[in-house]
Design a protein around this ligand. Structure first.
Ligand code: ZN
Length: 115
């Protein structure tokens, strides 16, 4: 019998600039919004530059080259996911599935960083 699992949305906080997962918060105090001083600085600069443009200050503005890169990476992720599905449908053993899942997760980790 299969255990029922429900997917819950990811709760881990992410850097408001680059999208990387933030390290576990230590103790009390204000919640961190950025993973590093440079991300905080770049967010500040963008807020400043977007003032009076009507573009929301927290917009994710990407260079066209980065958008192309992201599309390629998402395509790569999709192909890796399809490989897992195909392998499972063809009765691949647990070890092979594990290997394919590791690749899938590695790609996902690489593209998690937005900017
Ligand atoms: Zn960051």
């Amino acid at each position: 019998m299969l255990a029922q699992e429900t997917l819950t949305p990811r709760q881990a906080p992410v850097c408001q600039w680059c999208g990387r997962e933030l390290p576990e918060q230590q103790g009390r105090g204000r919640k961190r919004k950025y993973c590093s001083a440079s991300c905080k600085q770049r967010a500040y600069e963008q807020r400043h530059n977007l003032e009076s443009t009507g573009i929301p200050a927290d917009s994710v503005v990407l260079r066209p080259e980065r958008v192309d890169e992201l599309r390629d990476e998402v395509y790569e992720l999709k192909c890796a996911a399809e490989d897992v599905r195909t392998a499972a449908a063809e009765g691949a053993d647990a070890q092979e599935l594990r290997h394919l899942c590791d690749e899938l997760v590695a790609i996902a980790n690489r593209i998690e960083k937005l900017r």
